[in-house]
Design a protein around this ligand. Structure first.
Ligand code: PLZ
Length: 455
């Protein structure tokens, strides 16, 4: 892997601990935070950021941590990418906002043009922009309902689609996302997904038919406006469905006039080694939702889809004050240019090789010592997960996942967890991380796995 972070090299690319974690400045800020910030919003890492870029986050005490989280798959081109930063500064000096619904500007149109080109399928497309992933998903459902005149929406077990009322209803896991926040939006139906590690050998087509049978029986195809699915489930555990699952579902949707929505908020924008994760299965969604990696860290989200569906919504039916903010739009254009020039899809594939071989090596070592806690290693590109279990079973080991992440953090590496059972370590490095830094972080993670796994 060549070092490609020339455009993000302002922050020294190193792991360096100069205090304990958290250091005194972070501890002082934590106390202020506790008195000022609502406790419902929590943080994975107890250190406060001072700067970040390439593959590192530097905290207020001067500790430089290797970042395997990218702020949940957002800083794909780095958190202080020079092209993005320059575009943002230039646009902010021209105007920060007019509201696209009041006086439009070119960058919104240019982002729509780029997304229409980049997303799967060569049909005629249209795009509309919003701020967050949840907002994109909500609007995709609005569009599907308007175009079909139907109400029901199907989502899957282990799904995550956001924290607004409708997207909470679509999200599978109660704690922490839904607990005490109901009632939820009606007409949402949940179907079993494809989870190869836990499906006892069921193949993709079988898992799809299981879901289809339930949809037919419990909802009826003629009542379903949309099926919404993450091509690789993110928060639910980086679950890659068995081959064929997505294609059989998408074919069924097409045959029954059901809008197939791919939620690529987490898996999109080069993350999995292709521009979008549904390309791995040659699935062409009717609508695709995007956010996170789209704009180099600026808040922007989008729905792109078949022109006839997108344009079935009445004039004035879609919008929002900040949707497609001009600063976010120029950031997206710069970020997408970087992903193209640096060929970040290819970089994600190289990261996959490095990460998977390091993880397989630890898995073998642990298994040789009868400590087989690694139940599954899965994912694509720079979206890779390790599912931890009690040795010899498929029983989830969430405490071990937390311990490993904490151990890695104490050695200067940020690792996130996820999963319906909280037992999955997920690796989402910025795609501009250098090979050296990535290997160093993987060594720390391997050490953490070896030290924390029970004997
Ligand atoms: N769809 C597939 O992954 C956001 C959320 C973390 P927003 N995932 C991270 C948390 O605890 O809030 C996500 C996603 C998929 C939609 C969303 C929602 O995107 O930008 O957070 O609204």
């Amino acid at each position: 892997m060549t070092p490609i972070n020339a455009t993000t090299a302002v922050v020294p690319q190193e792991r360096r601990l100069v205090t304990e974690i958290p250091g005194p400045r972070s501890a002082a800020l934590a106390a202020r935070r506790e008195a000022a910030v609502a406790r419902g919003v929590t943080s994975v890492v107890p250190v406060f950021a001072a700067r970040a870029g390439g593959g590192v986050v530097v905290d207020v005490d001067g500790n430089s941590l290797i970042d395997l989280g990218s702020g949940i798959a957002v800083t794909t081109v780095g958190a202080s990418n020079l092209q993005v930063a320059a575009a943002v500064a230039e646009q902010a000096a021209l105007f920060t906002h007019t509201c696209f619904m009041i006086s439009p500007y070119e960058s919104y149109v240019a982002v729509a043009e780029r997304l229409n080109e980049l997303t799967p399928g060569d049909h005629d497309k249209r795009t509309v922009l919003f701020n967050s992933g949840a907002e994109a998903v909500e609007n995709a459902i609005k569009i599907a309902r308007a175009t079909t005149g139907r109400n029901a929406v199907v989502a899957f077990d282990h799904a995550y689609h956001g924290r607004t009322n409708l997207t909470m209803a679509l999200t599978a896991k109660s704690l922490p996302y839904k607990h005490s926040f109901g009632p939820f939006a009606p007409e949402v139906y949940r179907m079993p997904a494809s989870y190869p590690f836990r499906d006892g050998g069921m193949d993709g087509a079988q898992a799809a038919r299981r879901a289809i049978e339930l949809m037919d029986k419990q909802v009826g195809a003629e009542a379903i406006a949309a099926v919404v699915i993450e091509p690789i489930q993110g928060e639910g555990g980086f679950i890659v469905p068995a081959p064929g699952f997505l294609t059989v579902l998408a074919d069924w949707c097409r045959a029954h006039g059901v809008v197939f929505i791919a939620d690529e908020v987490q898996s999109g924008f080069a993350r999995t080694g292709t521009w979008f994760a549904c390309e791995h299965e040659n699935v062409v969604p009717d609508l695709i939702t995007m956010a996170k990696g789209i704009a180099g860290g600026m808040p922007l989200s989008a729905v792109t889809g078949r022109a006839e569906l997108m344009d079935s919504v009445h004039e004035g039916g879609l919008g929002g004050t900040y949707g497609g903010n001009p600063v976010a739009c120029v950031a997206a254009l710069a970020a997408i240019d970087e992903m193209t020039t640096l060929d970040l899809p290819a970089q994600a594939r190289r990261i996959e090789d490095t990460v998977k071989s390091a993880l397989w090596a630890v898995a073998e070592k642990l298994a040789d010592q009868d400590r087989g806690v690694i139940g599954d290693i899965r994912g694509r590109g720079a979206m890779i997960a390790v599912e931890l279990v009690r040795p010899g079973t498929d029983e989830p080991a969430p405490a071990l996942a937390r311990a490993v992440a904490a151990h890695a953090l104490s050695r200067g590496v940020i690792v996130l967890t996820c999963g319906t059972f909280g037992n999955v370590l997920r690796l989402l490095p910025p795609l501009v991380i250098t090979e050296d830094l990535l290997v160093e972080a993987l060594d720390v993670l391997a050490d953490a796995l070896m030290s924390c796994s029970p004997r």
